[in-house]
Design a protein around this ligand. Structure first.
Ligand code: SF4
Length: 321
């Protein structure tokens, strides 16, 4: 099956007084319809910028974005306005992403007013009621304002608004990070149900590995703007290959006092993302680093079937995997 989204060598650099900040640097992946790609990494690794660049919320510096077979890397803003119907985003902080002066129904109705000029007021109101039902928002909340609602309900509004135009692809940018754990589970289950019902394709950005494990088919691990490991979700937790992924996974808390796991503590300076030096960007923090690591940036290559990693010493580090 042809992928719904294909990203090839995508770059997003920001100009700063000291040089170019390489926020996203030669990222490539493809994503099939109805699947979820999890994107994980520390704060500042470029995962949110990647999602926003794909949606043209910030213009790409270089590379290709192919959506449904069409190259949309350099389309005009007018053309992209049409594409917005198919490509939507759910933001991290449901409170700041909602207009405090708009009620629940007004917020969900807004995309319909902009994109469905053929709908009259009654048709829009009917559609808003359907969307509220779809995301589990009680009809009595239609006139409520964001400050009157809890975080879970606010995020349901964000999801309903994203669904209003019947998109095919949604970037979910840390959609549950600001929520309590019990509410997180409800929202994740809702998103999975909606994916099944509407055949949605998700790019799910998070720093929380437990969340990404729950929802993803495939996972990309990012470090300083680059993908360092990419494989099916189960494989990442069973047989991860890259030293950075190993350190990330070692930090996941285990909910048992009887089970202990050695935490890999990363020492050393974080490489500057502004005009980064040649070599592996993880080298100053990597306990396996050798001279070549400081000279040549490793390519992302297929090390095992469907399992890619960017590391010069991947075979030595994983002799039995
Ligand atoms: Fe570590 Fe070298 Fe592999 Fe980079 S290329 S992760 S520095 S061993």
């Amino acid at each position: 099956m042809a992928p719904l989204l294909e990203v090839r060598d995508l770059k997003k650099y920001f100009k700063t007084p000291s040089g170019y900040l390489h926020a996203v640097d030669k990222v490539s992946f493809s994503l099939e319809t109805g699947k979820t790609l999890g994107v994980v990494g520390e704060s500042g690794c470029g995962k949110s910028t990647l999602g926003r660049t794909i949606l043209h919320l910030t213009e790409p510096t270089d590379g290709q974005i192919i959506f449904d077979g069409q190259d949309i890397s350099t389309v005009s803003n007018r053309r992209f306005k049409e594409l917005r119907r198919e490509m939507q985003i759910v933001f991290q902080d449901p409170f700041s992403s909602l207009d405090p002066r708009s009620s629940v129904s007004q917020t969900i109705e807004e995309p319909l007013v902009i994109y469905h000029k053929e709908m009259d007021k009654e048709q829009r109101a009917k559609r808003v009621r359907e969307l509220m039902d779809t995301v589990g928002l009680a009809q009595r909340l239609a006139g409520s304002y964001p400050h009157e609602l809890d975080g879970g309900r606010r995020q349901r509004i964000g999801i309903a608004r994203a669904l209003a135009l019947q998109p095919r692809f949604i970037v979910c940018d840390e959609p549950v990070s600001a929520l309590d754990v019990s509410i997180q589970a409800q929202i994740l289950n809702l998103m999975q149900d909606l994916q099944q019902e509407f055949g949605l394709t998700y790019m799910f950005i998070t720093h929380d590995l437990s969340v990404v494990r729950h929802i993803s088919d495939e996972i990309c691990v990012m470090y300083l703007g680059q993908v360092v490991e990419k494989c099916p979700a189960k494989e990442l937790f069973r047989a991860n290959l890259h030293p950075y992924t190993k350190a990330l996974l070692s930090a996941i808390p285990i909910p048992s006092i009887d089970v202990r796991r050695e935490r890999i503590l990363l020492k050393g300076e974080i490489t500057s993302p502004i005009n980064p030096k040649p070599g592996c960007r993880f080298a100053p923090r990597c306990s396996y680093a050798c001279p070549v690591c400081f000279e040549k940036n490793p390519d992302l290559t297929e090390v095992r079937p469907q399992h890619m990693a960017a590391c010069h010493r991947v075979e030595e580090i994983n002799p039995n995997t």
